[in-house]
Design a protein around this ligand. Structure first.
Ligand SMILES: C[S@@+](CC[C@H](N)C(=O)[O-])C[C@H]1O[C@@H](n2cnc3c(N)ncnc32)[C@H](O)[C@@H]1O
Length: 234
């Protein structure tokens, strides 16, 4: 999907797409941010592919200077509207594969949520490399990636067929009428390792069954999840 496609989706986005930061009912993301001391000291934060600004809406007040980038003008417009009350925030149109040099080495925390899902592996690597460069040396990065194991479990539940045996660490699947790359746990780990990051950890961020359109979930079944991938720049 290009910037125009995202522009077209922008108005419906808030209603239609699962916003993982507000849907994270077990507060996995917040607990991680707190445990790393990132919600103290007015840190500098860069959100690459910020969409309608969901990360800043939930956590922005804890940070100092905040930059949200996205290639979609409409998304940025909505982010600015939703983030009206926030201080020290700027919204900048930029392609994740070619971030402006001024955004290099700038942030104590870089966030990149559900963006590195491109069909092209080369595009994923390029966006990953650019995102990593946004962090100061030694700074933290937080990625949200769609989980392939979760997707397969939901499809198995819906169809009554067993989940497929996957060979690769990632796979491109159709979701919400668009093709997206999903990651296994190993695939998420490999993405960070391939970008030269250290202190890599992969955790589950569960969201409600209803976000997958499942109204009668199996009793005791594990809810669907995204991966929270965290790591540090060298
Ligand atoms: C699924 S949304 C996630 C938005 C936000 N990060 C969140 O978690 O709520 C993906 C966002 O990435 C943006 N995006 C996709 N490809 C991009 C690219 N090449 N450069 C910049 N932004 C991109 C889209 O415009 C969209 O706002």
């Amino acid at each position: 999907m290009n910037a125009r496609d995202w522009d077209r989706l922008a108005a419906a986005y808030a209603a239609e797409v699962c916003d993982i930061f507000s849907r994270d009912r077990r507060n996995v993301v917040e607990r991680w941010l707190r445990s790393r001391g990132l919600l103290r000291g007015r840190r500098t934060v860069l959100d690459v592919g910020c969409g309608i600004g969901s990360f800043f809406r939930k956590y922005g007040r804890h940070f100092g200077p905040k930059t949200g980038t996205d290639h979609s003008r409409r998304m940025l417009h909505l982010a600015a509207l939703r983030g009206r009350g926030l201080k020290h925030v700027r919204w900048q149109q930029a392609d994740a594969g070619h971030l402006p040099p001024a955004l290099r080495n700038c942030a104590d925390l870089v966030v990149c949520a559900n963006v590195i899902t491109f069909v092209s592996v080369a595009a994923c690597r390029r966006a990953m490399g650019e995102t990593v460069r946004g962090a100061k040396p030694g700074a933290w990065l937080l990625f949200i990636l769609p989980a392939l194991e979760s997707h397969d479990a939901v499809v198995a539940l819906e169809t009554g067929r067993p989940a497929p045996r996957r060979r690769g660490a990632t796979a491109v699947v159709r979701r919400d009428d668009r093709m997206q790359r999903f990651y296994t746990r190993a695939g998420a780990q490999a993405l960070a390792a391939g970008a030269g990051l250290r202190s890599i950890a992969v955790r589950k961020v569960w969201y409600p069954w209803s976000d997958e359109g499942i109204t009668r979930p199996p009793r005791g079944g594990e809810p669907p999840w995204d991966w929270l991938l965290t790591a540090r720049r060298r």
